[in-house]
Design a protein around this ligand. Structure first.
Ligand code: NAD
Length: 254
C-alpha cells in the first residue's frame, strides 16, 4: 500500500507578478503543480498560462493594491507573494533616458514596496507568510550600462532586509533570490542590445560579456529558479529571511 503525502504548499495561495513569461511563468507553474492557487499578474497576461491571469501594469501604484486585493478576494487568503516583474534597459550613463530610469525603479523597487504594503495584513494571517523578490546577482554587483537595473536591484535587497525585521514577529519571511543570467526573453533581448553597445556579435556578447563574470559559463534555466522559490516558500525556507539567496554560477566569488 502506498500513502501519498500532500505537498506542504498544497492549499496555499500566491500572487506572482510578471507571470506570463520567463522566470515568473516557471514559478507560477511550479507553485501550481504543488497545489498552490496562483494569481498570475502581468502587463500582458496569458489566459492559457499557469494560474488565474490578471492584467496589471505594476508601474501604476494602484495596480499593485488591486492585484493583492484580487488574490485575497479570489482565494480567501494570501500566503506567498513573488515580486518578479522586471525589465532591462542597457545604455551608457550620459545617454540613459530618465523615462526608462523611472519605469525600472517603479516596476522593480516601488512595486515590491507597494505589494508588501498591501499584502502585509494577509501575510500576517498566513501560518507561513512569504514575501519573495526575484532580485538578481545585480543586487550584489554592478555591470556597466545598467544604471537603473543595478540601482533598483540593490534597493530591493534593502527593502527585503527591512521587511524581514518587520515581518519576523508575524511569521513572515522575506528573501531576495539573486540569480545570474537565466535563459528568458529578457536576456535574449539584452544580447541584441549589448551587441550594439559593445560593437560585438551576439555570440561574442554571450561568451565575452554576459557570462564573463560567471565562473560557470552556463545560463540558468527558469525552472531552476522556480525550484528555489518553491523551497523558500515551503517549510525548508523557514530560516531564510532578510537575505539574498544567491544562485550566481560563482559570479560574486571573485
Ligand atoms: P521576462 O521578460 O521573460 O518576463 C518579465 C515579465 O514581466 C513579462 O511577462 C512582462 O510582460 C512582465 N512585465 C513587464 N513590465 C510589466 C509591468 N509594467 N507590469 C506587469 N508586468 C510587467 O523576464 P525574466 O527574465 O523572466 O525576468 C523576471 C525577473 O527576474 C526580473 O525581475 C529580472 O530582473 C529578474 N532576473 C532575470 C535574470 C535573467 O537573466 N533573465 C537574472 C536575474 C534576475
Amino acid at each position: 500500500m502506498t500513502t501519498e503525502l500532500a505537498d506542504p504548499l498544497a492549499g496555499r495561495s500566491a500572487l506572482v507578478t510578471g507571470a506570463a513569461s520567463g522566470i515568473g511563468r516557471a514559478v507560477a507553474e511550479r507553485l501550481q503543480a504543488a497545489g498552490v492557487r496562483v494569481l498570475a499578474a502581468d502587463l500582458r497576461p496569458d489566459p492559457d498560462g499557469p494560474g488565474v491571469a490578471f492584467e496589471a501594469d505594476l508601474t501604476d501604484p494602484g495596480a499593485n493594491a488591486a492585484a493583492v486585493a484580487a488574490a485575497v478576494e479570489r482565494f480567501g487568503r494570501l500566503d506567498i507573494v513573488v515580486a518578479n516583474a522586471g525589465v532591462q534597459h542597457v545604455a551608457p550613463i550620459e545617454e540613459f533616458p530618465l523615462e526608462r530610469w523611472q519605469t525600472i525603479l517603479a516596476l522593480m523597487l516601488t512595486s515590491p514596496f507597494l505589494l508588501a504594503r498591501s499584502a502585509w495584513p494577509a501575510l500576517r494571517e498566513s501560518p507561513s507568510g512569504r514575501f519573495i523578490v526575484i532580485a538578481s546577482a545585480h543586487a550584489l554587483a554592478a555591470s556597466p550600462y545598467k544604471a537603473a537595473y543595478v540601482s533598483a536591484k540593490h534597493g530591493v535587497l534593502g527593502l527585503v532586509k527591512t521587511l524581514a525585521l518587520e515581518g519576523a514577529a508575524h511569521g513572515i519571511r522575506t528573501t531576495a533570490v539573486c540569480p545570474a543570467y537565466v535563459r528568458t526573453p529578457l536576456v535574449e533581448h539584452q544580447i541584441a542590445d549589448q551587441a550594439r553597445v559593445h560593437g560585438l556579435s551576439e555570440e561574442e556578447v554571450t561568451e565575452q560579456v554576459l557570462l564573463a563574470p560567471q565562473a560557470i559559463k552556463q545560463l540558468i534555466e527558469p525552472s531552476e529558479v522556480a525550484e528555489v522559490v518553491a523551497f523558500l516558500a515551503g517549510p525548508g525556507g523557514a530560516s531564510f529571511t532578510g537575505v539574498p539567496v544567491t544562485m550566481d554560477q560563482g559570479w560574486t566569488a571573485r
